[in-house]
Design a protein around this ligand. Structure first.
Ligand code: PHE
Length: 458
């Protein structure tokens, strides 16, 4: 057993830990989900609640997950089994595996749309684009029964190939090179978007706070987004934490990742909303927002098409590195708990994702092949998204917070987070402990009760 743990792969340095974790956090959540939800739910007010969720819920849970992962050096199921053998706490791990599947089903679909936009940009499909054309381009991309599935297959193929290469040669190498480039590209996008005519309207939409927009469902959505964004509540950060170096300052890593990730989201918002208002589009256009605005942002600038290609290439990379971290959850679980090889675990998961994920793809829109098939007024695609982000991740997060607050010895926590006393961070850990024990669970419970109408706070 000891041997097996000693042979386990891991990241090789603090920088690798940072970029791999950031690679998981930064993804379609920043460039696709954050802007369209902010657009749909009222701009600044939504952003404010989202930021509060990051500070009081996201950060403490991220640190909790790092602790569980690095202390046990196990996959999400094995980790709880090691800390509290044979107790109901172990179900957190299995719930995480289920959540990871639900997310992968629709995530691989949207990643496929992004990949296909790279191809379309290279082919020159966006030259002379107008807002109307951008709309029809997007609709025809997602409604075709073959095209988006073909791209979804390509996504799953790429993700699987990187995962088969392993933690160090696959995950670490890819994220370390590509994350910084993504950052620079979004800034170029911002400069262009903010110099468009009327761009200030987009700017104020993003930052102007209108409290009348805050309702129970809006707050729940902001909370769900915080979980989704920082890859929390399903054990991704437990699994990655299990690959962290022994001397990593995990409090710093959590802070840096949360801050950098939030900056990327805001930069993405600053690229998209000015364009929305400049071209007279609807901020509440829904999941197509990214795909309809970015081609327009670059439509009339020198080298516009090249920048467009670069933007979607980088978005594809962000989507890929995030997806890698999702698939790593069941891959680590299968290979460590079920005793099958890593390669086999990756292949089995690839098949599962494609079989069920293609159903998500075929129901992405009301006019898609399976778009007419709805439950509680939601298509299968929306259902996967809603159940995972708004229900399973927050419940997983609540249980993780309770686990740390009430089933973990504070001394263990202090030792692990200070690297056995080497880091002088006792105060910070004390503050973290109070937040995760009292504030995070209470906030989560209030948001839940509020969203199902049991109590009314907004
Ligand atoms: N954080 C990723 C993003 O924003 C999505 C993700 C969710 C990744 C859950 C892993 C686990 O795109």
């Amino acid at each position: 057993m000891e041997n097996k743990i000693a042979n386990r792969q891991g990241f090789s340095s603090g920088l690798a830990v940072f970029f791999a974790t950031l690679g998981s956090a930064v993804g379609l959540g920043n460039i696709w989900k954050f802007p369209y939800l902010t657009g749909e739910f009222g701009g600044g007010a939504f952003l404010l609640i989202y930021l509060l969720c990051i500070v009081f819920v996201g950060l403490p849970i991220m640190l909790s997950e790092f602790y569980i992962g690095r202390k046990t050096r196990k996959n999400v199921v094995g980790a709880f089994e090691q800390l509290k053998p044979g107790t109901p706490w172990n179900s957190i791990g299995l719930m995480g595996v289920v959540a990871s599947y639900l997310i992968m089903f629709f995530y691989s679909c949207v990643a496929g749309w992004v990949y296909s936009y790279v191809f379309k940009a290279i082919r020159g499909d966006f030259s002379g684009i107008t807002p109307e054309l951008a709309n029809t381009q997007f609709a025809s991309t997602i409604n075709s029964p073959v095209w988006p599935i073909m791209w979804q297959v390509i996504v799953v193929f790429v993700v699987s190939a990187i995962l088969i290469s392993g933690v160090k040669n696959g995950i670490e190498r890819v994220t370390k090179t590509l994350m910084p480039v993504l950052f620079i590209l979004i800034i170029i996008c911002d400069i262009r978007a903010l110099t468009l005519p009327n761009s200030s309207k987009g700017f104020s939409f993003l930052f102007h706070i209108d409290f009348s927009r805050l309702t129970g469902p809006v707050i729940l959505t902001a909370l769900g987004l915080a979980f989704f964004k920082l890859s929390l509540g399903m054990g991704t950060m437990i699994t990655y934490g299990s690959y962290f170096t022994k001397d990593n300052n995990m409090v710093n890593t959590a802070l840096r990742v949360a801050i950098s990730d939030t900056i990327v989201s805001i930069l993405a918002g600053l690229a998209i909303f000015p364009a929305v208002f400049s071209f007279g589009m609807e901020p509440g256009a829904g999941p197509g927002l990214l795909f309809m605005t970015i081609p327009l942002v670059f439509s009339q600038v020198p080298f516009g098409n090249m920048l467009l290609i670069a933007f979607f290439v980088l978005s594809s990379i962000a989507a890929t590195t995030a997806m890698i971290s999702m698939v790593e959850v069941p891959v680590a679980y299968f290979s460590e708990e079920k005793g099958i090889s890593r390669t086999k675990a990756v292949l089995i998961n690839a098949v599962i994702i494609l079989v069920i994920g293609s159903l998500a793809t075929l129901s992405a829109d009301g006019s898609s092949l399976l778009g007419g098939f709805t439950m509680f007024g939601k298509t299968l695609f929306d259902m996967f998204d809603f159940i995972s982000s708004n229900i399973l991740l927050p419940i997983g997060g609540l249980l993780i917070a309770l686990f740390i607050g009430y089933a973990t010895r504070k001394d263990d926590l202090k030792n692990e987070l200070s690297n056995n006393g080497i880091l002088r961070n006792r105060r910070v850990v004390d503050v973290f402990y109070v937040i995760v024990k009292f504030i995070t669970p209470i906030l989560l419970i209030i948001v839940f009760l509020n969203s199902i109408g049991v109590i009314k706070v907004s």
